[in-house]
Write a protein that binds this ligand. Structure first.
Ligand code: NAD
Length: 443
């Protein structure tokens, strides 16, 4: 559904009026296109104190942006704050960013590099944790469609582990991601297939199965994974067969009409992917909203069954049977409702919080036992059929109550899934990435 307010603030009279009234000023976000795959402008590389990781300059040189030490108009700024170990050292963060923050181009990116806080050194832990409050606050004040994130690299590690993450965050693919903290693991814990042979089609040779792929976010995920070279199997309920087949035909994908809650769902998926799965995306989801006092058991049960139980069951069975190949990627779909809670959604929020629990618990074990990573996206307000059905006032609030003052698009979630799926995202495991424009809900 069109965001008329965003359109209005894109016109001179609309901008004048809404500014006078003190209303939100959403900036149009630039997404990835084949013609403009990168941000336009240089990347300013700054360091607060001495770096505590190796290879930051090399990792940035592969981000797709020209790296400079000085510029008037950076498209992106990366501040290496991995060496900040004391409260006094936080002064170096201020000293580095204060003079340049205003010069960031509209739609720009700031990425702060930190380390995983140490359990044995509370001064270092305090200083590194301070970066989280800093980044989340800067994300709220930076405006003009720019975003700010914190990437934690394991102490003493190499920035190489962060390459796929930096490529994503420093590109138009992460347009609707802001205020996020990504904690990388040591890549050796999750041996993967290494860098892609073809950077333009990094998923070449892999099969990706996406559930709930007939429409909405799932169709966008299927489309982006196909763009990245994957052979896609698009799964949706038999009742959506026509829509599913249209989507699959458009993408050159295989349609698999199947209810994911069917007892033999894992077997049918395995049969549809005889060479195994490199990427499994659990996207299918339903809502059956009612306040708890009015919620019958069947509405509770159906949401838990589709959104959580079938995800647990099929994941377990497919991992056990070795259908998800080594170096494989599992991506599940949570929601900011699972973080913040929402009136009328005790069932839905419980199911989505359950996904977060699944990802955090299974990630390290799946890496150790199967060489597979497990992550989740947690979308905020995304413009789909699901949100078009929300009453007008709540819909407008959902769109504006985030740092970017607008709803996201299905492709924004899809790009995050594709980042998790990258062959060199081996150090990204057990993470929950909110794709919500830094929503105030659950912040
Ligand atoms: N749209 C948003 O703002 C938003 C926000 C947070 C989370 N999410 C989550 O993102 C995912 C996709 O949401 P969407 O907005 O695209 O929803 P949607 O309703 O447009 O699409 C969901 C798809 O899942 C399919 N599906 C439902 N039950 C299924 C089952 N048992 N087996 C197979 N397929 C099934 C549906 O047929 C549909 O095609 C869901 O998990 C949803 O909870 C969406």
């Amino acid at each position: 559904m069109a965001d008329r307010y965003l359109h209005l603030t894109g016109t001179a009279p609309g901008r004048f009026l809404t500014r006078r009234l003190g209303l939100p000023q959403p900036a149009p976000l630039r997404r990835w296109t084949l013609e403009t795959p990168h941000l336009e402008g240089p990347l300013l590389h700054l360091t607060a104190g001495a770096s505590a990781v190796t290879g930051v300059a090399e990792a940035l040189s592969r981000s797709g942006l020209p790296v400079v030490g000085n510029t008037d108009r950076p498209a992106a700024i990366v501040l290496d704050a991995t060496g900040v170990t004391t409260a006094a050292g936080l002064g170096d963060v201020h000293a580095a960013l204060h003079p340049v923050v205003r010069s960031l181009a509209p739609g720009g990116r700031i990425v702060v590099l930190g380390t995983v806080p140490s359990p044995d050194d509370h001064h270092q832990a305090a200083a590194q944790q301070a970066l989280e409050g800093f980044v989340r606050s800067l994300g709220k004040e930076i405006g003009r469609g720019s975003t700010v994130q914190l990437v934690r690299i394991p102490g003493g590690g190499a920035a190489q582990a962060a390459e796929s993450t930096l490529r994503f965050l420093l590109s138009p693919r992460s347009a609707y991601v802001s205020g996020q903290v990504i904690e990388l693991t040591t890549a050796t814990a999750t041996p993967g297939p290494g860098p892609a042979a073809d950077p333009a089609a990094p998923l070449t040779g892999r099969t990706a199965l996406v559930t709930g792929a007939a429409r909405g976010i799932g169709a966008a995920v299927a489309s982006v994974l196909a763009r990245d070279g994957a052979r896609v199997i698009a799964l949706d309920v038999p009742g959506s067969r026509e829509e599913l087949e249209r989507t699959a035909d458009r993408l050159g994908a295989t349609a698999l009409p199947l209810d994911i809650t069917a007892p033999d769902a894992a077997d049918r998926i395995a049969a549809a992917a005889p060479d195994g799965l490199g990427v499994l995306v659990h996207n299918a989801g339903i809502t059956r909203d009612r306040r708890l006092a009015n919620m019958p058991a069947d509405r509770w049960a159906s949401v838990i069954e589709v959104n959580l139980d079938s995800v647990l069951r099929t994941t377990d069975e497919l991992l056990k049977a070795g259908v998800i190949t080594r170096g494989g990627r599992i991506v599940a779909t949570a929601s900011i409702a699972g973080i913040a809670g929402n009136t009328g959604q005790t069932n839905y929020a419980a199911s989505k919080a359950g996904i977060i629990g699944l990802v955090r618990s299974l990630g390290p074990r799946a890496a150790a036992d199967h060489g597979v990573t497990v992550n989740a996206v947690a979308p905020g307000f995304i413009e789909t059929k699901m949100t078009a059905a929300v009453p007008l006032f709540i819909r407008e609030a959902g769109r504006r109550m985030n740092s970017l003052s607008q709803g996201g698009l299905p492709v924004d979630v899809a790009e995050a899934v594709a980042w998790f799926a990258q062959p060199d995202s081996t150090a990204v495991n057990g993470q929950v990435l909110r794709v919500c424009g830094q929503s105030l809900l659950g912040a």
